[in-house]
Design a protein around this ligand. Structure first.
Ligand code: ZN
Length: 327
């Protein structure tokens, strides 16, 4: 079996070479949208497989592979952000991996394994562990039980507790070379690979998501609002945009501000080339200090993306601040 994505071949081979004695605590770090999660999952299957291929990759046919592929392998646990149901029945994603999830994983690794092989706990995104959860995990990371492997996946490894980071062997995954990413996207049937890669800051999986359509329409809707400054009505736009997923909205607005800064500082547009004209005009009009302040707020907010109680009101406040940039 080859790597989940062609640009991951080197780290994949590096992992397979350790299959007989895998690192018991491993950190896969790198920017979002490069396939770290897919790599971690392929590695989990390779470790759990009971009839691995000569290179160490999973066979895809044994009972263990079958269980893994149907999310029922008894020696595998995934620690991730869970959906929560609020008072009014609305669902939202939790903003942190909670301590009870970590404790459940700690209990899990104290039991004997169901099968004779390895057991794995995958933590993705590991930077979402809250402090209590991280501390609970730390104890077992320091002395992992026999045949137990922890894999932590993170876009922001600096946000992990230093004591956790120092326990892990680390593999850094970088952005793939642009031509390799473009070639892969073309192979997936994406027409506009170069433009979409620019839009996604070079991350092929984000570019693919853009190409899938719905988000691209949402993006256009948001950008058209941001571009028409003299008709920008924060209340109307806040109401309209509250349906856009916070992640998509954040990415779109963040790159828009990045482009305004790029126009201001370098005279060119980096991400949204299809809006170059509007960006050039607005960028020249913007107050640099106010723009920097807004971009900084935006960068910080990206770390805690969740549906707040009143999304429309939050967007409205943002838009008022945005309008002030051009006063
Ligand atoms: Zn197998």
């Amino acid at each position: 079996m080859s790597a989940p994505y062609p640009w991951l071949e080197t780290p994949w081979q590096r992992l397979l070479a350790t299959r007989a004695r895998p690192a018991q605590a491993l950190l896969l770090a790198g920017p979002r949208g490069v396939g770290k999660g897919a790599l971690a999952r392929a590695w989990a299957q390779a470790l759990l497989c009971e009839a691995p291929q000569p290179d160490g990759a999973a066979c895809g046919e044994c009972p263990a592979c079958h269980w893994y592929e149907t999310d029922t392998h008894p020696d595998f646990r995934l620690l991730t952000l869970q959906e929560k149901t609020g008072k009014e029945g609305e669902t939202r994603m939790a903003t942190a991996i909670e301590v009870d999830q970590a404790r459940e994983a700690v209990d899990f690794v104290q039991l004997s394994t169901y099968r004779a092989g390895f057991r794995m706990v995958l933590v993705d995104p590991a930077d979402s562990l809250n402090v209590a959860a991280a501390n609970a995990l730390l104890k077992v990371l320091e002395e992992p039980p026999l045949n137990t492997v922890f894999v932590l996946v993170s876009d922001q490894p600096r946000r992990l507790l230093p004591t956790i980071r120092s326990r892990c062997s680390r593999i850094d995954i970088g952005l793939p070379p642009a031509d390799q990413a473009a070639q892969w996207l073309a192979g997936q049937g994406v027409d506009d690979a170069a433009n979409l890669l620019a839009l996604s800051g070079g991350t092929p999986l984000d570019a693919q998501r853009w190409a899938d359509g719905a988000e691209l329409d949402e993006r256009r809707g948001v950008l058209e609002g941001l571009a028409l400054l003299d008709r920008l009505d924060p209340v109307t736009l806040g109401e309209r945009w509250k349906a856009v997923s916070p992640q998509t909205w954040h990415n779109v607005a963040y790159k828009w501000l990045g482009d305004l800064l790029a126009v201001k500082l370098r005279g060119s547009v980096q991400f949204n080339r299809d809006f170059a004209e509007a960006l050039t005009q607005l960028g020249n009009q913007a107050d640099l200090a106010k723009l920097l302040a807004l971009a900084r707020t935006q960068a910080n907010e990206g770390r805690t993306l969740a549906h707040p109680l009143n999304r429309a009101l939050q967007l409205e406040a943002w838009l008022i601040q945005y309008r002030h940039v051009f006063d």
